[in-house]
Ligand binder design. Structure first.
Ligand SMILES: [Fe+2]
Ligand SMILES: [Fe+2]
Length: 246
């Protein structure tokens, strides 16, 4: 069987699987495109079952998924996080900062963009040192506030992305004040310093470069992420099976 034939078979299998399923998007996927005050559009579900597991359009995750499985199968190419972690490694940061760099945008990459620092911190909190989760949570906040003592300026990219008049919301001002006075401010700030805002298209970084650092600093559950009953297990399950009906 050649590659083309194999691809056609896969397409055929997928089409057949899809014909048997009802897949409904969560409101958060469609809010804005649809008015969440309205009932969702009705579809003809005769003879089909509502999806309650793996979505056949996605790469299937192993039964006991590891952090790296999520990187490979759900977090996109993750180039930005890998390059940030590499930079932290090169600049001699300690392992907590390197791990924080590696994980910091995992929510934006594979879950939810809005308040991505908060979501990412919650996702990883059961598995990492509290200081790492703290840095990940507050990197989102600190990015808006310069600190000359760390040679950190307001990102040019934010001026381009959000316009010169954008002002952070008051909740961000409050979070910034809190973080600034916290004993782990420096860790969170170092994350923003190594949080690259321009990608180098020529710099290739392999996930495996961080195997040891992750091994020492991320408590990978034996049951697999999502199946270990941690306070964020349900969030990992949702990333694994994002379109389950319930
Ligand atoms: Fe970020
Ligand atoms: Fe980032």
């Amino acid at each position: 069987m050649n590659d083309l034939h194999r691809a056609e078979m896969a397409d055929h299998d997928l089409a057949e699987a899809m014909d048997k399923l009802v897949i409904v998007k969560s409101a958060i996927y469609t809010s804005g495109e649809c008015d969440p005050r309205e009932p969702p559009p009705r579809q003809d579900t005769t003879g089909r079952l509502h999806l309650m597991g793996h979505d056949p359009r996605l790469a299937k995750m192993p039964d006991k998924p590891t952090l790296f499985d999520f990187f490979r199968l759900r977090f996109g190419p993750a180039v930005h996080m890998l390059q940030s972690a590499r930079l932290a490694l090169k600049t001699g940061c300690d392992e907590k900062v390197i791990l924080a760099c590696l994980l910091h945008d995992c929510s934006a990459a594979g879950f939810i963009r809005a308040d991505h620092g908060y979501w990412a911190a919650q996702l990883i909190a059961p598995y990492v040192d509290e200081e790492v989760a703290f840095a990940v949570r507050y990197h989102q906040v600190l990015r808006f506030y310069p600190d000359e003592s760390f040679d950190y300026q307001y990102p040019d990219s934010y001026v381009r992305l959000f316009g010169p008049d954008y002002k952070p919301e008051p909740y961000l001002d409050r979070a910034y004040e809190y973080c600034l006075n916290h004993k782990w401010y420096g860790t969170a700030r170092l994350l923003t310093v190594n949080d690259l805002y321009s990608f180098d298209p020529n710099l290739h970084v392999e996930l495996e470069e961080f195997t040891d650092i992750v091994g020492r600093n991320f408590r990978q559950p034996g049951e697999g992420l999502g199946f270990d009953d941690s306070p964020s297990a349900h969030m990992w399950r949702t990333i694994n099976w994002p379109t389950r009906y319930l």
